[in-house]
Design a protein around this ligand. Structure first.
Ligand SMILES: [Zn+2]
Ligand SMILES: [Zn+2]
Length: 312
């Protein structure tokens, strides 16, 4: 029994290591898809039209302008998610306690009741305060332990293999923008390559080298697949943001019937995107928002006063 437990732990460790190792490959894969698409749209199909003159050139110019703008936003958002720390628990973090309601902080460290093997967390002095046994520290509200990263992540949404990072409090907005710009870019590419793709199935001779034809075919299929799957994700995350819920919280079904963090659509949206409209579409926050809104730092979240007793 002990032995099989050890083997299982080893397997899980190997799995997590494999996911971490997959990291750089996923970044190369994303850049590979971008490269094939760029070659098909700019070099092969629309770039040469620029020198044709007339309406063809105007159309190609406008399409290439939109393509490049979206590509810059997509890559900016992508590398912001990859490179931004989703948020860790600061050393010696302590929850803000409501002493009027008689809340007390349990003993911390090894003496903390919840950290002792066999003692369920609900047996602790305050069930609202959670403890991570793997990291040996108290957990802020909405914080979860990620087994791939091997640490607790603030307002963890999920561990994303495409961005080789956890998606949490500090990079969730960037992740949503990445989905948004990927959807727009892949849709644009799919529509612009559609006439060229249809030409493959016509009887006439298709102009172009085998390399350019292959890249057009591949770029169309890849962009169509990404547009459809990202659209699904985007719709799902729009409803999550509207309800101020993370993927993990939705999965744990904590949000029914009333969710303590649901402050109304506008406020829920601002807790992810900030209040300053000028920053809504770029992967950054206004200094003022960061100072004024504690939710953007990932440690404290305003909640409905009547639902305060609900579990974190
Ligand atoms: Zn942890
Ligand atoms: Zn993670």
């Amino acid at each position: 029994m002990h032995r099989s437990g050890a083997v299982m732990a080893w397997n899980v460790f190997k799995f997590c290591t494999a996911l971490r190792g997959l990291g750089s490959i996923m970044i190369l894969l994303v850049l590979g898809v971008v490269g094939v698409t760029y070659y098909a749209v700019v070099i092969t199909n629309y770039g040469p039209l620029l020198s044709n003159g007339g309406l063809d050139s105007v159309y190609a110019f406008l399409l290439l302008l939109a393509f490049h703008c979206l590509l810059v936003m997509l890559l900016w958002s992508y590398f912001s998610v990859v490179l931004t720390d989703p948020g860790g628990v600061p050393p010696n973090w302590r929850p803000v306690l409501d002493e009027e309601r008689g809340e007390t902080l349990p003993l911390t460290g090894p003496e903390f009741a919840g950290s002792q093997p066999g003692v369920p967390l609900s047996d602790t002095a305050n069930p609202r305060i959670r403890y991570c046994r793997k990291c040996n520290h108290l957990k802020p509200p909405r914080c979860h332990h990620c087994s791939v990263c091997g640490r607790c992540v603030l307002k963890m949404d999920h561990h994303c293999v495409w961005v080789v990072n956890c998606v949490g409090a500090l990079n969730y907005k960037y992740f949503l923008l990445f989905l948004f710009y990927t959807f727009l870019e892949t849709s644009l590419v799919t529509l612009s390559l559609l006439p060229h793709f249809i030409a493959f199935f016509s009887d006439g001779e298709i102009p172009g080298t085998p390399g350019s034809l292959a890249s057009t075919f591949l770029a169309f299929v890849l962009n169509l697949a990404f547009a459809l799957s990202v659209m699904g994700f985007l719709i799902m995350h729009c409803s999550l943001v509207a309800g101020n819920t993370t993927t993990i919280e939705a999965y744990e079904k904590k949000t029914t019937p009333k969710w303590r963090y649901d402050l109304g659509r506008r406020k829920n949206f601002e807790q992810v995107f900030g209040a300053d409209k000028r920053y809504w579409f770029i992967p950054a926050y206004a200094e003022e928002d960061l100072r004024r809104m504690p939710a953007l730092q990932g440690l404290e979240y305003p909640s409905k006063p009547d639902l305060d007793a609900q579990e974190f």
